[in-house]
Write a protein that binds this ligand. Structure first.
Ligand SMILES: [Zn+2]
Ligand SMILES: [Zn+2]
Length: 408
């Protein structure tokens, strides 16, 4: 039986460093797949701790492996490191004034999703665990992941590419933990959901083919705009009439329609693109299958043709229910029972899901809103704000979860 580790002092010593790292990273944000300086900073830190480091994983990712002195399981911890093309708007002394180019346009760059806090927290966890490596049974793999917000068009990247490059292998990972700071959750609070936590995001493209004719003589053609309207109605009935919404939520949204040139011409074709959000793989399969059946069938009923293509952008962030049950006592011990709360699913997506497709994982939300305040700004906006007094809880939680998991 391993002796109970008292890390109080180690946590106290690391807190100021974590806040300082976070502020430096915040002031020097880098866009997805361009996190060169951030990666260098992480690698330098891990090297200084005597952790074996691999750089250039999935372009700019950094992976460190800390081996304990006894053999055992392997737990992975993941932090995403990229920033967004957003111009920061606040009076912070460590506000970003960085600009860059994104899709040919000059943009401000800002850590508007809080990945700077994730990076600093994981650097802190690495420091605390490396000081206690002689008491660790097994190994801890630190995954600093680029491009969570998505690689630029035409490039691969993010968790998917890391998995493809074998980040979960050698040593093989048994379980993975990750967190996301939240600007609307008070400092000190942790929120989680078992099962489907964040949605899978799929993109669909529908092409409708009709027959062009004069707007005054619809009987001589086939109207692709009318068919598009019927398809949109049909798709909404898949969610409202066929999906078991008491199980999990689902969303189908058409976000763009393109058709026609002139008021008195019934055009030849129409194109629609949209998004599907699901939190359960069986439901996703059903929805995809029904969309593929319905789209050509509706077009055919009105004398036209239609095809649909569905592409998965992000998998379901699925918290393994057994792992959640296993780890909750640790989280409650660290954060205090009243501060650990369940939450509803989020229909936004997170590419942590690609790790969870391969190994059991637990992804939770950490409070970043000043305690007692009720003002918060949404993620991905210029006013987005995180109170860094909440970061130490992230360090403590990931550290203790790793140790407890490895000792189970
Ligand atoms: Zn984001
Ligand atoms: Zn994020």
């Amino acid at each position: 039986m391993a002796q109970e580790l008292d890390l109080t002092n180690d946590f106290k010593l690391v807190e100021d460093k974590v806040i300082e790292w976070r502020r430096e990273i915040h002031q020097n944000p880098e866009l997805s797949n361009r996190e060169f300086k951030t990666a260098e900073k992480i690698a330098t830190h891990l090297n200084s701790l005597g952790i074996a480091v691999q750089t250039g994983v999935a372009h700019t990712g950094v992976v460190g492996v800390l081996k304990g002195n006894k053999p055992g399981k392997v737990v992975a911890l993941r932090a995403d490191i990229d920033a967004l093309p957003v111009t920061e708007r606040n009076d912070l002394e460590f506000k970003s004034t960085v600009t860059s180019e994104f899709l040919g346009e000059k943009v401000g760059v800002m850590h508007a999703c809080g990945h700077d806090t994730h990076t600093a927290i994981l650097m802190g966890v690495a420091e605390v665990l490396s000081k206690n490596r002689d008491k660790i049974k097994g190994s801890v793999k630190f995954i600093f992941q680029p491009a969570e917000e998505g690689p630029p068009p035409g490039e691969e990247g993010g968790a998917l590419l890391m998995v493809k490059e074998g980040v979960l292998k050698n040593p093989d990972v048994d379980a993975i933990f990750g967190l996301h700071i939240n600007s609307a959750t008070p400092v000190g609070v942790i929120r989680y959901k078992s099962g489907g936590t964040m949605a899978s995001a799929q993109r669909f493209v529908i092409n409708v083919k009709g027959k062009q004719t004069h707007g005054s003589q619809p009987w001589l053609g086939v109207d692709p705009i009318l068919i598009s309207a019927k398809i949109i109605e049909g798709l909404q009935t898949i969610v409202s009439r066929e999906a078991n919404l008491t199980n999990e939520a689902a969303v189908i949204s058409v976000g763009k329609i393109k058709s026609g040139v002139r008021f008195n011409i019934i055009p030849e074709s129409a194109e629609m693109i949209g998004t599907i959000r699901t939190l359960d793989y069986d439901m996703q399969k059903m929805i995809n299958r029904r969309m593929e059946e319905m789209v050509p069938a509706i077009a055919k009923a009105y004398g036209g043709e239609a095809s649909i293509e569905i592409r998965t952008n992000t998998a379901i962030t699925y918290n393994d229910p057994d792992l959640v049950v296993q780890m909750l006592p640790t989280i409650k011990r660290v954060a205090g029972e009243v501060n650990v709360q369940t939450q509803n699913a989020v229909t936004g997506a997170e590419d942590f899901s690609y790790f969870q497709e391969k190994v059991p994982g637990f992804f939770f939300f950490l409070g970043g809103m000043t305690a007692g305040s009720n003002q918060s700004f949404p993620h991905h906006t210029p006013d987005f704000l995180i109170d860094d007094s909440g970061l130490l809880l992230g360090v403590k939680t990931l550290t203790e979860m790793s140790l407890d998991y490895l000792n189970m």
